[in-house]
Structures are given as structure tokens and as C-alpha cells.
Design a protein. Structure first.
Length: 94
């Protein structure tokens, strides 16, 4: 994923908060759901407005006091799962 890529929620995603730390998402027309832990739920919340990958990484790194490289490595598979589930779009900037 490139730093300028823009991540956005897809319209019509249904969400249910199971607990303060857990969220379940269901995409429109999907027959499967994705469960999110506390950190992935935080990522979902931050994507309420479209966001550049670099901005998402830097905000998470600051809030979790972790190196950006570590956040990026952990975030890419999460975003890939959300994209595969039809829950987010990842678009090249421009």
C-alpha cells in the first residue's frame, strides 16, 4: 500500500458494536461478516471520513506510541481484509 492511497468506508456497511472493544461489520450484499478487535475497531472509527494511508498510520502511531513501520506492517493486512470483505475502498491518490 502506498502512503498516498486513500482509504474510505464503502456505503451501506452495517455495523454492530458487540462491546466497547468489539465491532462486527456486514457489507451490502455480503453473506459474511468481519469481526474487529479493539484496535481494528479504532481504525474503522477513524475511517468515518476518507483518509490517506500515511495519515492513518501517523495518527495510530502517535496514539499508540508505536513506530510507524510497526503500525504500517500491522495495518496493511487489516485493511486488505476489510477491502476483500467489501467494507472499504482503497484508491490511489490523484
Amino acid at each position: 500500500m502506498k502512503s498516498e492511497d486513500v482509504i474510505s468506508r464503502r456505503p451501506g456497511v452495517m455495523e454492530a458494536r458487540i462491546s466497547e472493544d468489539e465491532l462486527v461489520l456486514l457489507g451490502v450484499g455480503s453473506e459474511s461478516y468481519v469481526g474487529l478487535d479493539a484496535i481494528a475497531s479504532d481504525v474503522w472509527d477513524r475511517l468515518e471520513a476518507p483518509m490517506r494511508f500515511a495519515d492513518l498510520v501517523s495518527s495510530l502511531a502517535a496514539d499508540y506510541d508505536a513506530p510507524a513501520e510497526r503500525i504500517e506492517a500491522d495495518l496493511e493486512p487489516t485493511l486488505a481484509t476489510l477491502a476483500e470483505g467489501g467494507l472499504v475502498d482503497i484508491a490511489p491518490a490523484g
